[in-house]
Design a protein around this ligand. Structure first.
Ligand code: FAD
Length: 451
């Protein structure tokens, strides 16, 4: 039988927890797993990405929790790998390390005016409304103040989430776990016009139909679509014909384009074939210039020269997340992922012994939560296949890492600590008849977990 192993999983998002699940569900090799996260709380984007008004999707945390609750799995929160402990140091304590640290940064548009006050990344807005401890609350709330019109750039599910949250009535958000200051700021918002802008047509957009359809069902919002945008060119028509998901999306947008103009208080203008070329303003965003595009024979958007200026006071770019390098780990800067072969991290064409990768930082920021389950088990299968040749950790005793962290001034938060936070959030939510209210302040989270 192979010796028992101690494995570190870096990141407690879905891919990290699914990796811990695969490692501890098998019975061939005894494996103890530490799931390490830089935040005091687990679940990654399930807590800090998935829209708070989508309770059923967020409830996947109940499934993830069962893994953290296993005796072979230990949660160590508030430990940032690369800052509090290096990968090299971790090799003292672990026979293998699985990197699942996600893709937390954002892509940029690369156009003038992108750094003006009032131009923000969807990542930052999402972090704020989910109560992420590092969200810049003052900056986001300042950017939202006195805004009537918003441009959301991008036509994926994150753009749809952001648009929906900004347009919902306070009563449509009241049941969520958003921090109270977020609910208050959204309730006080003057936003009545949102322009959701995509460079290509409805057949190329990446939203899922269920999320898209929801936009057309909001209580106080009329959706406006130019019927011209639903006339498909041959490339798009062929794409829609061969793919049910695409044809359903096109149908939803077509139905919107046929709606009578409504009298609701807010308008959502869904604009296709529009490429942002300039964000304009002196001290803050005043408008955005969009160039009309057409698709070439490969389905790429090409500028036609015609432009439109849309008056907006806030621009939210939602054009993708991006992975960041971690010190001591190879990184593919072009793809912004950790290079790997079936989950084995690769440097100069050879696998790095004992180092593995899964989730968004392995394959890039795409796919739904469930995609990470298959992905993480594939990586774990590689690790298990290597079990006999893994480098042996010099000190794999259970307390070695926690002692080292304590000696270096790092206060690791355990699963019991997380449970204390969990209970406090549910109690806070109950004071207003909600299931939970997210606590956003790092010091408060740590105090709750360690008191
Ligand atoms: C805004 C948004 C909404 C989404 N909505 C949905 C949805 O409705 N349905 C759906 O199926 N999917 C949704 N997704 C996709 C889903 O969230 C991802 O597929 C999934 O979270 C990726 O999992 P991951 O574990 O790879 O990364 P993450 O979930 O990002 O987890 C990474 C973890 O690593 C930690 N970490 C980062 N760096 C370090 C470090 N140096 N040391 C220690 N820990 C570190 C982070 O704190 C985080 O907890 C959404 C994504 C976003 C961005």
């Amino acid at each position: 039988m192979t010796r028992s192993l101690r494995v570190a999983v870096v990141g407690s998002g879905p891919s990290g927890i699914y990796a811990a699940d695969s490692l501890t569900s098998q019975t061939d090799i005894p494996i103890a797993v530490d799931v390490i996260d830089k935040l005091p709380v687990p679940y990654g984007l399930v807590r800090y990405g998935v829209a708070p008004d989508h309770l059923s999707i967020r409830s996947v945390r109940n499934t993830l929790e069962k893994v953290l609750d296993r005796p072979e799995v230990r949660f160590l929160g508030n430990v940032e790998v690369g800052r509090d402990v290096s990968i090299d140091q971790m090799r003292q304590f672990y026979d293998a390390i699985v990197l699942t640290y996600g893709a937390a940064s954002d892509r940029r548009l690369g156009i003038p005016g992108e750094d003006l006050f009032g131009s923000i990344a969807a990542t930052d807005l999402v972090n704020w409304y989910c109560g992420h401890p590092t969200a810049d609350r003052a900056a986001i709330e300042a950017a939202l103040a006195n805004v009537q019109s918003v441009a959301v750039i991008g036509v994926g599910n994150v753009a749809v989430d952001v648009t929906r949250v900004l347009l919902k009535e306070p009563s449509e958000l009241d049941y969520t776990d958003m921090p109270q200051h977020v609910l208050d700021a959204l309730a006080a918002s003057d936003i009545t016009q949102v322009y959701l802008i995509g460079r290509r047509g409805p057949a190329q957009a990446t939203f899922t139909t269920k999320e898209l359809r929801e936009l057309g069902e909001l209580e106080a919002v009329d959706v406006v679509v130019d019927p011209v945008d639903v006339v498909l060119d041959p490339v798009s028509a062929a794409a829609a014909e061969g793919d049910r998901a695409i044809s359903r999306n096109v149908e939803v947008v077509r139905e919107w384009s046929q709606r009578e103009s409504g009298a609701k208080a807010k308008k959502l203008h869904v604009r296709f074939y529009g490429k942002p070329i300039d964000i304009v303003g002196d001290d803050r965003v005043e408008s955005i210039i969009i160039e009309r595009t057409a698709l070439d024979e490969n389905g790429n958007a090409v500028g036609t020269g015609g432009t439109e200026t849309i008056p907006v006071q806030l621009v939210i770019r939602s054009v993708g997340y991006r992975g960041l390098p971690l010190e001591g780990v190879p990184f593919d800067t072009d793809r912004a992922v950790v290079p790997n072969d079936e989950g084995r991290v690769v440097a100069n064409g050879s696998p790095v012994p004992g180092l593995y990768v899964a989730g968004w930082i392995k394959r890039g920021p795409s796919g739904i939560i469930g995609t990470n389950k298959k992905d993480a088990s594939a990586t774990v299968a590689s690790l298990l296949a290597d079990a006999d040749v893994l480098p042996e950790a010099p000190d794999a005793s259970v307390d070695a890492v926690t002692t080292w962290l304590a000696e270096h001034g790092v206060e690791a938060i355990t699963y019991a600590g997380w449970q204390a936070i969990d209970a406090a959030e549910m109690a806070l939510g109950a004071t207003r008849g909600r299931d939970r209210t997210t606590i956003h302040d790092t010091d408060q989270l740590i105090a709750l977990a360690t008191s």
